[in-house]
Structure formats: C-alpha cells, structure tokens
Ligand binder design. Sequence first.
Ligand SMILES: *Cc1c(COP(=O)(O)O)cnc(C)c1O
Length: 443
Amino acid sequence: MRPPSVDALARELADLDLPHPLLVDAARAAIAAGDPASARARAEARARSLLRPVINATGVLLHTNLGRAPLASRPSSPAGPSRARNLELDLGTGRRGSRQVHASSLLARLAGAESALVVNNGAAAVLLVLAALARDRAVVVSRGELVEIGGGFRIPEVLAASGAALVEVGTTNRSRLEDYTRAVSAHDPALVLKVHQSNYRMVGFTQSVPVEELAGLGPPVVADIGSGLLDATTPWLPGPPPSWLAGEPAARQTLAAGAALVTFSGDKLLGGPQAGILAGRADLVERCARHPLARALRPGGLVLEALQETALCYLRGDGKAIPFWRMATVAREELRRRAGAIAAAVPAGGVRGPVDCKAVAGGGSLPGLDIPSAGVALNGDHTPALRAWDPPIVGRVEAGSTILDLRTVDPADDAVLAGALAAVVGHRGQSPLGTGTGEARCT
Ligand SMILES: *Cc1c(COP(=O)(O)O)cnc(C)c1O
C-alpha cells in the first residue's frame, strides 16, 4: 500500500486546533518515520508544546517552570478596540517621554528610593549595575556570597561579563568588616557588592557584615536582594508579616540601612511579571539608564503595564489583589474547607481530602521554610493524566500518592480540579469543564 500523501494526512488532522502548516509538519514527519499513524500524536505533542495557562497544584508558589509569580490577568484584554499605549509619550506635553516613568516611579516610591529602573530580569539588573558603575574597576564581594542562583547565573561570571574585576574578601563561612576595609584601601573599588544567598542557607560558625556597616566603608554599596520583598513590615497585608518571611532582606529597609542601590526580581516575592528592578540613588540609577546595555535590557510595554498594575496594588495596600500574596497568606483552614468540598464532589471516595501538606515559596527564595497548606490526595501517580487535562493540572507525587496542593490554586479553578479528578478516578475521558461539579466551586 502506498503511504498517504502529506496533504491528505494533514487534512485528517484538521479538527486539531493548530494552523495548517504545523499539521503538515506533523504529517511529513510521520511519513518520513514510516509511521503515518503517528501523525495525530505528533500534532498533539506539538500543540501541547505551545504556551498556555496551566493550573499549578504543586504547592510551589513561585514555580520556575510555571513562570514564577502568577499574574492576576493579562493587562491588555483581547476584548475591546486595539489601542496604542503612552509607552514613551508624555501626555502632558505631547513630547517624547520615557518608558521608565510609570512603573519605575511607583516602585521607587514603594521602596523609599530616589529613583528606579526596570530591566528584563534580576540577572540583567545586576549585570547593568556592574557594567555601568564598575567597568574596569574593582568590586568587593564576600567569598560567602559568590553564589550561583540557578540557570547559570553565577556572581563571579556576571562580574567578569560586566568588565568589572572581582576582589574576594573573607572566607566561605565568615567575612568581617576588617576584611572589607583592607580590600577597599588596597583596590579602590567602584562598588561593594552584597548578594543575598537566596537559594541556600549557611548555618553554624558563620559571620557576614550587614549593609549598615558596609555603608561606612566609602564606596557605594549595591545589594542584590533577589527576592523583591518591598518592605519587611508588609503594610499591604492585614496582619503582621508571615513568619516564613523571617530574615528575608527587603528593598526599603536595605536602602534605609545605607545601600546606594538594591536590585531584585519582579516575579519572585514582588508577585509581578518577569522583570528586574534596580532602585536607589538617583545619580547611580541615571548612569545605569544611560549605559548602552540599558537599551538592550529594557522591558516591553506588556511587562511595564503588568508591573505598574502590581505596584498600584501595593500602593493601595491591597495585597489580596496580588495573586502571590493572596495565595501565600490564605488560612490553612480555608484550604482544608476547599479540599473537603473537592473530595466530596468526586464520586466513590476516590480522593482523600482534606490532607495537610507543606507549600513553599520557591523561585529560589526562602529555602527550608514551609508554608502550612492543605489539598487533596489520591493513591498512585496520576500526574501524567492530570497534565494531559485541559487546562493542564500540575501536581506532585509524594510517597506513592498524587498530591494537589490548593495553596497555589485559584479557588475559581476548584471545579475544574474536581472534574479532572472525577475523570481520573473513574478512568473517564474529559467531560465538559465545570459541569456537574459546581458544588466544589468556592467563592
Ligand atoms: C533570583 C535572583 C537573581 C536572578 O534574578 P532573575 O530575575 O531570575 O534573573 C539574582 N540575584 C539573586 C540574589 C536572586 O535571588
């Protein structure tokens, strides 16, 4: 039998929601592999590889594989007329403005900084600061802070790439003020850099020098705080700061302690889109903004708009409007209630709930600190079936059970979860979402 033509095979896949050229690719690859019947699976795999919303039931709030902080909703809604944005237009004068006045000025205000600049991510913020302020000069860093953050971001390598010269002080576990003092008088450094050990903890016989003391050395102190906690007193939350935040450096307090600049990510504890923020002394921010790299590292309007929205929530004191903070601070009792409702909505007791579990901040922040949480569990590993659901649901497997942690799930998705679990337990295919499971929906 002759193999089917590429075109005929592609037409058989027309029910899949993929543009025709991608169906042709799948058909061609299947025929080339001598396995025309695999065309559908290949096209489906291609569709699954595209970006799409997924339900994060892992309990990892800032899941790096899931885009870190969840965003409230897309800033530019698809409904309504297509409109431009005043990205670089001063609406007062009608002249060219700066894309760094909207989100940046709000973030500066929130951090108690004279000025701020937004770039593409935290790594870019560090790179730009070093390139703009320390090229061909020395930068003093403690040996205990020469860290790798993940994804290949290593402080010594970023320093080398920026053209600054690393001067290491102290030892892995202990650095003292005298170590810095000696290095400063010997090398006339452009900056003293302090890097937060975001993703690991050092315990035991350790010592480091706080920003207060470093600030007295002379050169500007740049603190890469990483996590993007704006204010250690968390005025956007109703109660006191959550205990799991203990010891996390915050932008406002680090600047108040004498740092000339802080750098941090937009999508960690700030709860915004992927971005990097540098904030502090206006003259230093200005030098960074004028550096040619700033143009290469600048964010687009979509990011700035999402970041502006996040900053406005903080200024309103409305932490509940920021999905990360809403999810991080919801009471365990409420999660137990939702888990019980989901378990009850699934027939034949196939799902256990509520079960207590532990969520984590993730995203390389707050290592070793758990946030008490609750969810549902079912025996066996059902994560492949749940990932294949529409929308995909990402859970985790613990001691032979599939755990869906509700701390990272929007309550509006509880009904979807219940529907998926009913299908997985009953080995049924996908039913229309949300139908028949409305009792599990939490308001
Ligand atoms: C996360 C982190 C970075 C990198 O930030 P990205 O936004 O991931 O590029 C840099 N420094 C510290 C201390 C961090 O925690």
